[in-house]
Design a protein around this ligand. Structure first.
Ligand SMILES: Nc1ncnc2c1ncn2[C@@H]1O[C@H](COP(=O)(O)OP(=O)(O)O)[C@@H](O)[C@H]1O
Ligand SMILES: [Mg+2]
Length: 341
C-alpha cells in the first residue's frame, strides 16, 4: 500500500464512523511512514492518537461541575502554559561545538537510544540536562538536536513567561505538564530557567515562588526514567545549589573560537551555492569575528549573502553568487561595535 491508499482508507473509515478500523489504518500509516523515513510525520500522528485518546473521556457532553468538566478546564490551563509542541528535523551535523560539548551531547543522546541496555543492567538513566552559557551560542538549537536525534516531540515551556504571569496555579500546572509529557513521551524544554531564581528574590509573591521551586525539585526527583527534561539559562549563577544538583549533565556553551567560526561558515554555506570573492580576506574576517556569538556571525554572513545577490544586475537568473567580503567585514565590524557599547 502507498500513502494515498492509507489516506483513502482513513477518509472511508472516518466517514463511516468506524473508530476501530480508522485507528488501525492510522497505526499502519505510522509504521509505513517510519519505514519510508517520514519520521516526524509518524511522531505527529502518534501524538494525535495519544491526545485524542486522552480527550475521548472529556469530549462528550459534560455537565458543568462534573469531574469531566473540571478535567476539560485543566487541559486548557495546561495548554496555556505550553509555548509550543514541536517535532524537530535538527541533527548533530546542524550544530557547531567544541569537542567537549559534542562528546557530552552525543553521550546524552546515546543514553536514551540505548535505554534498554541500561535497564537490563539496572543502571540509572541521565535524563536531566542543563544547558547554560552566552546567548546565541546554541542552547535552544542543542535541545532541538536532542529532540530530532531521538525522534521525540518536545514541549517548550518558557519559565520566564510562566513566572511573570499567573503565579497562583503555577506549581499545579507544572506538575500537569510533566504528567502530560510522560504519557505522551515528550521532551520537556524549560527555557529561561534562571527566572526561577530571579523571582525568588524580588517577587512580592514569595510564598508561591518557593512552592514553584519546590515543585520543580520534586518533579525532577520523581521524573520517570524514560522522560527527558532539558533546561536552558544564560545565567547559571541565578540558580541555587539545590536546583543545580538535580541535573545529571551540565553543558556550558561558549563563544566560538577560530576553528568553530570556520565550521559555522562551512555549515552556513554547505549547499555550495555561495563562495567568497576573496578567500584570504574571508579567513581574516573569520579571525576578527572572535568575541561574537554564533548567532551574530551567522546573521551577518546571511545578510552579506543577500546584499551581494541584490548587487547583481540580474539576480533572478543567478543560481549562485560570490559573497562580497567587503560587505561582510563591514557587518562584522558593526556587530563588534554594538557589543562594545
Ligand atoms: N553552536 C551553534 N552551531 C550552529 N548554529 C548556531 C549555534 N549557536 C547558535 N546558532 C545559530 O543561532 C541561532 C540562535 O541560537 P540559539 O540556539 O537560539 O541560542 P541560545 O539558545 O543559546 O541563545 C540558531 O538557530 C542557529 O541558527
Ligand atoms: Mg535560547
Amino acid at each position: 500500500m502507498g500513502q494515498l491508499d492509507y489516506i483513502k482508507d482513513i477518509a472511508k473509515f472516518g466517514l463511516e464512523n468506524d473508530q476501530n478500523r480508522l485507528l488501525s489504518v492510522v497505526n499502519d500509516l505510522i509504521e509505513y511512514s517510519k519505514k519510508t523515513k517520514k519520521v516526524n510525520f509518524a511522531i505527529q500522528l502518534q501524538s494525535i492518537i495519544k491526545e485524542s485518546i486522552q480527550h475521548q473521556s472529556t469530549n462528550s457532553l459534560t455537565k458543568v461541575g462534573s469531574e469531566n468538566y473540571y478535567n476539560r478546564i485543566e487541559d486548557k490551563e495546561v495548554s496555556d502554559l505550553i509555548l509550543e509542541k514541536i517535532t524537530s528535523d535538527y541533527r548533530l551535523e546542524n550544530i557547531v561545538a567544541d569537542q567537549e560539548i559534542m562528546t557530552n551531547l552525543v553521550a546524552f543522546i546515546e543514553e536514551h537510544r540505548k535505554i534498554e541496555v541500561l535497564r537490563r543492567f539496572d543502571l540509572p538513566v541521565a535524563n536531566k540536562l542543563l544547558l547554560h552559557g552566552q546567548s546565541g551560542c546554541g542552547k535552544t538549537l542543542a535541545s532541538y538536536v536532542v529532540a530530532g536525534e531521538l525522534h521525540k516531540m518536545m514541549i517548550v515551556i518558557n519559565i520566564g513567561a510562566i513566572v511573570s504571569s499567573k503565579l497562583g496555579e503555577t506549581s499545579k500546572n507544572l506538575a500537569k505538564i510533566f504528567r502530560k509529557a510522560a504519557i505522551e513521551d515528550c521532551i520537556i524544554f524549560l527555557d529561561e530557567f534562571d527566572s526561577l531564581g530571579k523571582v525568588r528574590d524580588y517577587s512580592q509573591d514569595h510564598g508561591e515562588m518557593k512552592r514553584v521551586v519546590n515543585t520543580i525539585l520534586q518533579l525532577f526527583d520523581y521524573l520517570p526514567q524514560s522522560s527527558i527534561v532539558i533546561a536552558a539559562t544564560n545565567q547559571r549563577d541565578m540558580l541555587d545549589d539545590a536546583l543545580l544538583r538535580r541535573f545529571d549533565n551540565i553543558i556550558e556553551f561558549s563563544l566560538p573560537g577560530e576553528k568553530e567560526i570556520k565550521a559555522l561558515i562551512d555549515l552556513t554555506l554547505k549547499n555550495g551555492r555561495f563562495v567568497f570573492d576573496n578567500k584570504t580576506s574571508a579567513n581574516k574576517i573569520a579571525k576578527e569575528a572572535q568575541g561574537l556569538s554564533y548567532y551574530s556571525i551567522q546573521k551577518t554572513l546571511i545578510t552579506a549573502i543577500k546584499r551581494s545577490i541584490f548587487a547583481l544586475e540580474t539576480p533572478e537568473n543567478m543560481l549562485s553568487a560570490k559573497i562580497s567580503t567587503a560587505i561582510w567585514k563591514q557587518l562584522i565590524e558593526m556587530e563588534k561595535k554594538a557589543l562594545a557599547r
